[in-house]
Design a protein around this ligand. Sequence first.
Ligand code: ROI
Length: 159
Amino acid sequence: MSLVYIGLGANLDEPQQQLEQALTELAQLPNCHLLAQSSLYHSKPVGPQDQPDYINAVALLKTDLEPLALLDTLQQLEQDHGRVRKRHWGERTLDLDILLIDNLIIESERLTIPHPFAQQRSFVVYPLAEITPTLIFPDGKHVEQLLTELDNDLIRIHA
Ligand code: ROI
């Protein structure tokens, strides 16, 4: 049984609905329990600026799935949302990134855990801290410390 943080992002085709539906789908996955979900946040795109703003959130899942089986499952969900990858760091209908798995460090062909950019992106760090203010990354970094290093450029969407 592992605890997994998943980052959700979307900026095409009613992104808020994409995220709300994806959270419902995560909650219904076999062998998984959705333990927590952050608020939804508006964020400015990281990468090319000529794309719509994003909606982002983070979910905490308890799962029996092995890391690569979970990755397959999340990629299938992305496909089900009609994900199209138009360009590198470009717009997308749904992005589901595995951010953290327990205190694991994984460097394999398909999967790098923790997610390589997790600590640098406010749209990951702020929702993570909302769910688990005491979170510590495998490298010893506290999420509370990361908050002080990143501008809060997000707008929280009220439920
Ligand atoms: N920018 C924001 N704000 N949110 C995202 O989820 C996101 N995802 C990405 C890139 C293109 C890097 N930029 C993003 O993959």
